[in-house]
Design a protein around this ligand. Structure first.
Ligand code: CA
Length: 515
C-alpha cells in the first residue's frame, strides 16, 4: 500500500458497501476517513457496510444487488457471504435488445506490431510448428517426437519459435455422432488453424480411432497448397515396424513444415490484426476494481484500433445478461447471446447445477461473496464498446470488434476455446494468483494487487494493484497493457509464462456423452 491510512474502495456512488484495500485488512475500531467506525475486523478485499442495511435489504456493489441481507447488518460490519441471500438469475425473456446507443469512440490509428502474415490473411504473433492429434492414444508418441524435434531439428530452423503437440483426451471412446460432439471436433479443427501455426498442418493419427483425420480436417477445411494432400502420420500403418520407425516418420514430416515456417518473416502490420482473448482466473474482490477495469480500458483501445477482442466465461456473464443484450450492436447479436445463455442454462441443468457452481473457496476467501458479485467484476474486462459478434463454443472468429465467445469459465477450457476462435494473444487477470500459460500463444498475466505482483514478481507481467494503491489510474494501466501487447505480439518481449515455459494442457469442452 502506498499509505497506511485506512483505505476503502466503493465502485458506484449508490453502493452501500465498499471493499477494504489495506494489506492485512482493518481491525475493529478502525475509523474510516468519513468517520465510520468498523464494528468487525474486515479482511483485505472484503466488504464493509457503509450504512445500516435492514434485513432483506439489497447489498449494492457496482450499483447492482449482489445479494439481500439475511438479517439486519449494522453500519461498519463485515459483509461476508454468510450474511447474503443470492439473487435469482435474470430471466432470459423480455431482455433489452440492442437498446443502448453507444457513441463510437474515435478510431485509434498508427499503432502497429511485427507479425507473421498468413495465406488466409490472419497474422501470427509467434511462429510455431503444431502437431495435431486425432486421439489421446498417440500422445506419448507425439511427446517423444516433439522432444526429439526440439533437440535435433529446431536448432537448424532459428526462425521457428517452438514445436507443440496438440494433445487432448478426445478422439475415441466418445459418442462422436451425438449433436454436441461438433463442439470438441470443431475446436480441434480450428485450433490446428490458429494463426500462430502458419497454416502448416501435420496430423498424427493412431488408425482405428473414431475421429479419423478426414473427419477432423475434411477437404476444404484447411488451406492446403494445390499440390498437397493432408499430411498424416498413421501409427498403425504397415510400414511402421517398431516405435522408432513411427518417430522417424513424424520427424521426416516435420522437416517439410519446419522449412516453410523458417522462411516466414515478421512484417509490420496494423494493431487491427490482433485477436485478443481476455480471461480471469483465481479472482478476488480486487479483480473487478483494478485488473479487470484496466483490461476493459485496453479492450476499448483495441476495438478503437480495429482489432478483435473476445470476452468469455458464460457463468460470469449470465448475471449481467441484461447489460450485455442492451450493449449488443444489433438485435441479432442480442438474440445470439440469449441463445448461448439458454443453451448453457440447460447444460448446467442436466447436471443439476446452476451458475452458482462457479465460485471457488479462493474467490470467497478473497472477498467475493457469490457469482453475482464475481460476474459484475468479470464483465468489466469487456470495456464499453458495442458487442458486435457472438461465437458458439469452438467456432472461429470471422469479424473484428468486441466478440462474446461463449465458453465455460474454466481457465483451461476457456483458453482452449479462445485458441480455436483464432486468438493470437491472451490476457489473463488474477487476484489469488495462478501460473497459467498456454504453449500456442503468449499469455500476459495481470495481478490485481501489488502484494501479489511483488510476491510473484517473476510470474506477473503487469501490476494493476497500483490502481488500488492510488499510484496509477485505470487509464494508465490500460495504456501500459495495450503497449505491452504490441511489444509481446512483435516478439520483442516475452511474457513470464513464455520465459519459464509454463504450459497448461489443452482441455476440450465435450458436452456430449462418453462411451
Ligand atoms: Ca476463467
Amino acid at each position: 500500500m502506498g499509505t497506511l491510512a485506512p483505505l476503502t474502495i466503493r465502485m458506484h456512488e449508490a453502493d452501500n458497501v465498499a471493499i477494504v484495500a489495506n494489506d492485512g485488512g482493518l481491525s475493529a475500531g478502525t475509523i474510516l476517513s468519513d468517520g465510520l467506525v468498523l464494528v468487525d475486523r474486515v479482511p483485505q478485499g472484503h466488504k464493509v457496510a457503509l450504512q445500516a442495511i435492514a434485513r432483506d435489504g439489497a447489498v449494492l456493489r457496482y450499483n447492482v444487488p449482489i445479494g439481500y441481507a439475511i438479517k439486519d447488518i449494522p453500519a461498519g460490519s463485515w459483509v461476508h457471504e454468510r450474511l447474503l441471500h443470492m439473487p435469482q438469475a435474470r430471466s432470459l425473456e423480455n431482455l433489452p435488445h440492442a437498446t443502448r446507443k453507444i457513441t463510437p469512440q474515435a478510431p485509434l490509428t498508427g499503432y502497429t506490431f511485427e507479425g507473421y502474415r498468413n495465406a488466409d490473411g490472419s497474422v501470427g504473433t509467434r511462429n510455431i510448428l503444431a502437431i495435431t492429434t486425432t486421439v489421446q492414444c498417440v500422445a506419448g508418441v507425439v511427446d517423444f517426437a516433439v522432444q526429439r524435434i526440439k533437440t535435433e531439428l529446431l536448432p537448424r530452423y532459428p526462425n521457428v519459435d517452438d514445436v507443440v503437440g496438440l494433445e487432448h483426451s478426445y478422439g475415441c471412446g466418445v459418442a462422436i455422432d451425438a449433436p454436441d460432439a461438433n463442439i470438441p471436433i470443431r475446436t480441434l479443427r480450428n485450433i490446428s488453424r490458429n494463426p500462430n501455426f502458419g497454416g502448416e498442418v501435420l496430423v498424427v493419427s493412431l488408425g482405428c480411432e473414431k475421429l479419423q483425420p478426414e473427419r477432423l480436417l475434411p477437404p476444404g477445411s484447411i488451406a492446403l497448397r494445390s499440390d498437397e494432400i493432408l499430411d498424416v502420420v498413421c501409427l498403425q500403418a504397415d510400414k511402421h515396424v517398431g516405435f522408432m520407425s513411427m518417430i522417424d516418420s513424424v520427424m521426416e514430416s516435420a522437416v517439410h513444415h519446419l522449412e516453410r515456417l523458417n522462411a516466414r518473416k515478421r512484417e509490420t502490420v496494423p494493431a487491427s490484426e490482433l485477436v485478443v482473448g481476455v480471461q480471469c482466473g483465481g479472482s478476488d474482490a480486487f479483480s473487478g476494481v483494478t485488473a479487470n477495469p484496466a483490461v476493459g480500458y485496453a479492450t476499448d483501445l483495441l476495438v478503437r484500433a480495429g482489432a478483435t477482442v473476445m470476452f468469455s466465461e458464460t457463468t460470469e456473464v449470465r448475471d449481467a445478461i441484461d447489460q450485455m443484450t442492451a450493449r449488443a450492436s444489433t438485435p441479432e447479436v442480442a438474440q445470439a447471446m440469449v441463445r448461448e445463455m439458454a443453451w448453457y442454462d440447460a447444460y448446467l441443468g442436466r447436471g443439476s447445477a446452476d451458475r452458482s457452481a462457479n465460485t471457488t473457496p479462493g474467490n470467497k476467501a478473497g472477498g467475493l461473496s457469490n457469482i453475482v458479485e464475481k460476474a459484475m467484476g468479470s464483465i468489466i474486462k469487456s470495456g464499453t464498446s458495442p458487442i458486435s459478434g457472438v461465437l458458439s463454443p469452438g467456432e472461429k472468429a470471422a469479424t473484428k470488434g468486441l466478440i462474446y465467445a461463449a465458453t465455460p469459465a474454466s481457465d483451461f477450457i476457456c483458453g482452449t476455446l479462445q485458441l480455436a476462435a483464432g486468438m493470437n494473444l491472451h490476457v489473463f487477470t488474477t487476484g489469488r494468483g495462478t501460473p497459467y500459460g498456454l504453449a500456442p500463444v503468449p499469455v500476459i498475466k495481470v495481478a490485481t494487487r501489488t502484494e501479489l505482483a511483488n510476491r510473484w514478481h517473476d510470474l506477473m507481467d503487469v501490476n494493476a494493484g497500483r490502481i488500488a494503491d492510488g499510484n496509477a489510474s485505470i487509464a494508465d494501466v490500460g495504456w501500459e497493457l495495450f503497449e505491452l501487447m504490441l511489444e509481446v505480439a512483435s516478439g520483442r518481449k516475452k511474457t513470464w509464462a513464455e520465459q519459464w515455459k509454463l504450459h497448461n494442457a489443452l482441455v476440450l469442452f465435450n458436452p456430449a456423452p462418453v462411451t
